[in-house]
Ligand binder design. Structure first.
Ligand SMILES: Nc1nc2c(c(=O)[nH]1)N[C@H]1C(S)=C(S)[C@@H](COP(=O)(O)OP(=O)(O)OC[C@H]3O[C@@H](n4cnc5c(=O)[nH]c(N)nc54)[C@H](O)[C@@H]3O)O[C@H]1N2
Ligand SMILES: Nc1nc2c(c(=O)[nH]1)N[C@H]1C(S)=C(S)[C@@H](COP(=O)(O)OP(=O)(O)OC[C@H]3O[C@@H](n4cnc5c(=O)[nH]c(N)nc54)[C@H](O)[C@@H]3O)O[C@H]1N2
Ligand code: SF4
Ligand SMILES: [Mo]
Length: 747
């Protein structure tokens, strides 16, 4: 870590205490139908139920929180009417109450101060903390323009703060769910079909005959209804084909597991297209009617034979041919899943495009068992004056990347680091619901920017890594203690769901809507916050949507009829795609004009040097990123990550399961903590694997501190996606150290 002007502050230094709460781990298995039923029977009539939707991840399942006569939360279960969960929460959602109960939570506003030459936090009143923020923000606006104040956000608090920022005049906004997550696939599909995938993915998995997963590890990636639909598809004898260098849970349920050499997926995708076209297996009618550029594609993929791909991917030509034929036989009820966390190797938008094109060849877009036409309900905006027009914002900061359609976090970080030719200097940060230190690659850069930024506010529920660097920390109450926006997301049919406070906020915590309004009023923006309580906003919006808060409190979720037409294309129907040609574009003229490959090509990526292994990572089924590791319920289910090591490597290095090791990456960065080895055939010999989110180095997280290794810490190299600025994270290599490299240093 760099020595920083803005030192990391331990919150325990000021002696905040709390009472431990315990919850049985056994009751957490929301995905277990036997326990689910038990839970439902146990919910007796004397319990009060309150409508909410989950904030443990971004699938936003709607549920019911049950409280007893003492107002204690006893259980959270899924809402039967909710298409995101069908009445069942995943284990993390069931354990969501642990977020509320966690005794390590942030409890009061805190302000950075210096006592006897030592930087520390002192408790502050809300009044004082909010006044300070407003004074500072006003100062930055006068001196550098409102644009110089940046917002990093993720999750529900984000929308409240985005409103505040836009009213203030800043559009300098970014979130990690774009350039570290879904961005490239949205670009790839957008260029091909004219439509983003969005969340949840409009994949008709339950009715598919063939589901192809390129890395997507559904089952460990616990997006609820998607996991349920995949389970239904397997019951209905759908063929699952999984391409993954690791035997993931999904791969273990698959008829075909293609253990691809990492970083070579584009070669496989091109060669699948080669087989479909060369063998005349593509969906001819569909291609004729809905696509453009087929002849160019045919010519382009001629060279990419399975024999060619074999040399790159290590997947045998007959396996490539066989799986292509299975897809074609299932078409159009086939899904090549777009993936979700797709920032891998820097050519990710082009891989997203290749996946989109393969779906185009098979005719799955707009067909049952493929992709449905999604629909959502537009929630009317609560009236407010127009936002001022900022002179610059995320768009200008990311202008190097012509297809960036949201803020690029790492570019905002860069714009914060002073340099001579920085056109868009950022002076202050507000960070809400994102643990940037454990979320963004190149931690050294994030810390450099944190050191440079003149003022930083963090709004979080927990004392995370990021909170230790703040000048002002504001404790948000958890999702169980607050109102938030009406949930309206795309799905087969439109639906809305509400989040109503189940309990009063614990400690001195407050909801983000309140924080935004209070800051807004202090900045003279009261016209943008023309209500006393967010309940009024929701009430007004629900009336506009033909219902009421009273009704929604009773039902939690309301379903609406579709208005945009049928779920799928009708036989022979004309359809205009939102691309320049109105067709699915195999050949992209706009890419060619901008100097990019109009059709994807394979380029080789660096390989691990001698003695190093590719750092691979993914999701723990019991956790969401770094946010749940300290959650008492979920920590009881999984308290640390392990290092998956192939037996061949274990033999070579004489490693045993449960042995403690450390990692060093290609830039000589050594992991702060150790990790226990898990020797398993499920990982290739050229890679190691671990769950993301562990290895917390903030001691205030009493359960999570020092448990396992943080993958983020070792991701010092990124491969930028030239189209949209995504940060490819999977090109880092690590060596395994069996001796403690920190023997003589204190952490
Ligand atoms: N339990 C849980 N579920 C979650 C989340 C969570 O935190 N916890 N987070 C949610 C979010 S925001 C997201 S974006 C999604 C992410 O979920 P996915 O999109 O499914 O995740 P990825 O990280 O892309 O995929 C991880 C898999 O890719 C494989 N892989 C690694 N390298 C390669 C390669 O070169 N080629 C191929 N074909 N495969 C490779 C890994 O072995 C691993 O099995 O998960 C969501 N669901
Ligand atoms: N190395 C590595 N980096 C990754 C990934 C990876 O797999 N490996 N995955 C990438 C992906 S796909 C994504 S989507 C991003 C996710 O990135 P983030 O969303 O930053 O993920 P978390 O680390 O869980 O940080 C969430 C923060 O929000 C806080 N929080 C939780 N609930 C609330 C709330 O209600 N209110 C407020 N104010 N705060 C709350 C938590 O305490 C935590 O500090 O990370 C990306 N970065
Ligand atoms: S998938 Fe699980 S964690 Fe995510 S919103 Fe649904 S219940 Fe919550
Ligand atoms: Mo993500």
């Amino acid at each position: 870590m760099t020595t920083s002007r803005r030192k990391f502050i331990k919150i325990s230094a000021i002696g905040l205490g709390g009472v431990a709460a315990t919850t049985s781990a056994l009751s957490m298995f929301g995905a277990n139908s036997y326990l689910d039923d038990l839970v439902k029977q146990n919910v007796s009539k004397k319990f009060k139920r309150t409508a909410t939707y989950c904030e443990v991840c971004f699938w936003k399942c709607a549920g019911w929180a049950h409280t007893d006569e003492d107002g204690e939360i006893k259980k959270i279960i899924g809402n039967d009417d909710d298409p995101h969960c069908n009445g069942r929460l995943c284990p993390r959602g069931t354990g969501g109450v642990g977020m509320y109960n966690d005794e390590d939570r942030l409890k009061t506003p805190l302000i950075r101060t210096t006592v006897n030459g030592e930087e520390t936090f002192r408790k502050a009143s809300w009044e004082e903390a909010l006044d300070l923020i407003a004074i500072k923000f006003k100062g930055f606006k006068e001196k550098h323009g409102a644009e110089s104040v940046a917002l990093f956000k993720h999750g529900a608090p984000g929308s409240h703060l985005e409103h505040l920022f836009k009213a203030f005049g800043s559009d300098t906004i970014a979130e990690p769910a774009y350039a570290q997550c879904r961005g490239p696939r949205e670009t790839g599909f957008g260029l091909t079909f004219g439509s983003w995938i969005g969340s949840p993915e409009p994949t008709d998995i339950r009715d598919t005959k063939c589901l192809v997963l390129i890395g997507s590890h559904i089952g460990e990636n616990m997006h609820n209804s998607q996991v349920q639909e995949m389970s239904d598809a397997i019951d209905n004898s759908a063929t699952i084909i999984t391409v993954d260098p690791r035997l993931s849970t999904a791969a273990s349920k698959s008829a075909h597991w293609l253990a691809i050499k990492p970083a070579t997926d584009l070669a496989l995708l091109l060669s699948w297209m080669n087989v479909l076209i060369e063998e005349g297996l593509y969906n001819k009618k569909y291609v004729e009617q809905y696509t453009s550029g087929f002849d160019a594609l045919k010519e382009h993929v001629k060279q990419f034979t399975p024999e060619w791909a074999y040399g790159i991917t290590t997947i045998k030509p007959e396996e490539i041919r066989k799986t292509a034929r299975i897809m074609a036989a299932a078409a159009p009820s086939v899904i090549i899943h777009p993936g979700r966390h797709v920032t891998w190797y820097g050519d990710d938008s082009q891989r997203g495009r290749a996946i989109a094109m393969l779906n185009g060849l098979l005719g799955s877009w707009g067909n049952r068992g493929g992709f449905y036409f999604k629909e959502s309900l537009k929630v009317p905006k609560f009236p407010h004056p127009e936002y001022p027009e900022p002179k610059w914002g995320w768009k200008e900061i990311g202008k190097k990347y012509p297809y960036a359609e949201m803020g690029i976090t790492t570019e905002l970080v860069q714009a914060t680091i002073p340099s001579e030719n920085n056109e868009y200097p950022i002076k202050a940060w507000l960070v809400a619901g994102t643990n940037l230190v454990n979320t963004l690659p190149q931690r050294e850069k994030t810390l450099e920017a944190i050191e440079a930024v003149e003022f930083m506010v963090v709004i979080d529920t927990m004392p995370m890594e990021i909170t230790g660097y703040a000048d002002v920390v504001l404790p948000e109450c958890t999702y169980l203690e607050r109102y938030d926006d009406i949930r309206s997301m795309t799905n087969r049919i439109p639906s809305i769901a509400v989040r109503v406070p189940v309990v009063e906020p614990k400690y001195d915590s407050k909801p983000a809507w309140w924080i935004s309004k209070e800051i807004g009023e202090r900045l003279g923006l009261q016209d943008y916050f023309n209500y006393n309580d967010f309940e009024e906003v929701i009430e007004w919006q629900l009336k506009e949507l033909g219902t009421s808060l009273e009704e929604m409190k009773k039902i939690g979720v309301k379903l609406y009829d579709r208005k945009s037409g049928p779920l799928f294309l009708e036989e022979g129907q004309d359809y205009m795609f939102a691309t320049p040609s109105g067709k699915i574009e195999f050949y992209s003229h706009q890419l060619a004009e901008k100097g990019f490959d109009p059709m994807p090509v394979y380029t080789a990526h660096p390989e691990p040097p001698q003695g190093f292994y590719r750092l691979n990572y993914g999701r723990s089924p019991m956790h969401t990123f770094s946010r749940t590791i300290n959650n008492p319920n979920l920590n009881a289910l999984k308290s640390e990550n392990t290092l998956w090591v192939n037996p061949k490597v274990a033999r070579m290095m004489s490693l045993k399961t449960n042995q403690e090791v450390w990692l060093k990456n290609q830039d000589d960065i050594i992991s702060t903590f150790s990790i226990k080895v898990r020797v398993t055939e499920r990982v290739r010999w050229d890679s190691i694997y671990m769950y993301h989110g562990f290895g917390h180095n903030n001691k205030e997280l009493t359960r999570a501190f020092g448990k396992g290794i943080s993958d983020t810490e070792l991701i010092s190299k990124i491969a930028m996606d030239p189209l949209m600025g995504g940060t490819g994270l999977r090109g880092n290599f690590v060596a395994i150290l069996t001796e403690n490299p920190h023997k003589n240093t204190e952490i």
